[in-house]
Design a protein around this ligand. Structure first.
Ligand SMILES: *Cc1c(COP(=O)(O)O)cnc(C)c1O
Length: 356
């Protein structure tokens, strides 16, 4: 039986990439050593890391005046790195559209006058606020581009006077973006790019030139930039797999092609949910994520039965986040269309059996 992994993260990686990893595991680039045991100063490793950076730059058309960094600590560490690198006036605006956006906001409050200028908590994060009253004279505006738990995304990004900082942990490389609209983009890799361990930071260099005095060396984007993300030992294995995933993405036709595929997969799944008398997704249509699709029968026992039956058919990790309940299908880049079709097939079956 084929297994399709719908986990929100760490999540599915392309099968071709895993096969390549397996093939290379004992002998990385003819070194006779495994990638898990070579020095990060090894020429072959450095070449792979630089290739990963170059591929990210190419695939996202990242302008030359942006640093592209591979750091550690996950996206959650960046919640602190953002204020510590960017604060000068000591004020920042946050848009709270879900759990991670809220955590970033709470972390920001430790360091500066962070204000939540808009939130969708009033309707359990089922939409993205618009016409947001940003303050003047702030160091940055922080948003979460795709809300992994609640299944919403920004259909377009707000115009801001202050640099826009976006957590793109669960949608980087899933759709085309104009990087020049952002001051900083960061993303934990384990959703759409690589195994856990590496976090990508894309930051406009002029903004990161003067980190706060108390910013730890390891969190200084400027230091990471000056050292080619080799200030200390990077998560070599994750960086290596990220490079393989980026090669795979380029072979498939790049981010534009991936976006088309992702839109197609998401459309199939939402259409199935919307015409169902049993399944339900409460997110406002304009803001629905194409990466994370939460749904429910609105009956906890039935939801549990669905998740259990799905697992028996190789459709695994469909249990919703504990904050939301129900089910959640994460359909990142590596989820093939057949996986979504298999899920829909099981929904057909389950619905016949359980509809009144
Ligand atoms: C998963 C996730 C995080 C947390 O990432 P870690 O790497 O585990 O710290 C933050 N933001 C978003 C949008 C996420 O999906």
């Amino acid at each position: 039986m084929k297994t399709y992994n719908f986990s929100a993260g760490p999540s599915m990686l392309p099968k071709e990439v895993l096969e390549e990893v397996q093939r290379d595991l004992f002998d990385f680039e003819g070194t006779g050593m495994s990638v898990t045991e070579i020095s990060h100063r090894n020429k072959a490793f450095e070449a792979v890391m630089r290739e990963g950076e170059a591929l990210l730059r190419e695939l996202l058309s990242i302008p030359d005046d942006y640093a592209v960094l591979f750091v550690q600590g996950g996206a959650s560490t960046q919640f602190a790195a953002v204020p510590l690198n960017l604060m000068h006036r000591g004020r920042a605006d946050y848009v709270v559209t879900g759990n991670f956006a809220k955590k970033a906001f709470e972390e920001g409050k430790r360091y500066l006058d962070a204000q939540c200028v808009a939130s969708s908590a009033d309707r359990t994060y089922t939409y993205i606020p618009e016409n947001i009253p940003f303050r003047d004279g702030t160091d940055y505006v922080h948003i979460c581009a795709n809300n992994t738990i609640f299944g919403t995304r920004y259909p377009s990004f707000p115009e801001t006077e202050a640099p826009l900082v976006a957590d793109m942990s669960s949608d980087l490389l899933s759709r085309k973006i104009d990087v020049s609209r952002f001051g900083v983009i960061y993303a934990g890799a384990q959703k759409n790019l690589a195994p856990a361990g590496v976090t990508v930071v894309i930051a406009r260099r002029d903004l990161i030139a003067r980190p706060h005095d108390l910013c730890p060396t390891m969190l200084r984007w400027k230091v990471q930039d000056e050292n080619g993300s080799l200030y200390n030992t990077p998560p070599c294995f994750s960086v290596y797999v990220a490079t393989l995933v980026l090669r795979w993405l380029k072979r498939l036709g790049g981010v534009g092609e991936m976006e088309k595929r992702n839109e197609r997969k998401a459309k199939m799944l939402y259409e199935r949910i919307d015409r169902s008398p049993l399944f339900f997704n409460g997110v406002e249509k304009a803001y629905r994520s194409i990466m994370n699709v939460p749904f429910t029968t609105r009956d906890a026992a039935l939801d549990e039965l669905f998740v259990k039956g799905a697992a028996e058919r190789g459709l695994v990790s469909l249990k919703g986040h504990r904050l939301v309940g129900g089910m959640r299908a994460s359909i990142y880049n590596a989820m093939p269309e057949e996986g979504v079709r298999a899920l829909i097939g099981y929904m057909d079956e389950f619905e016949k059996e359980h509809s009144v």
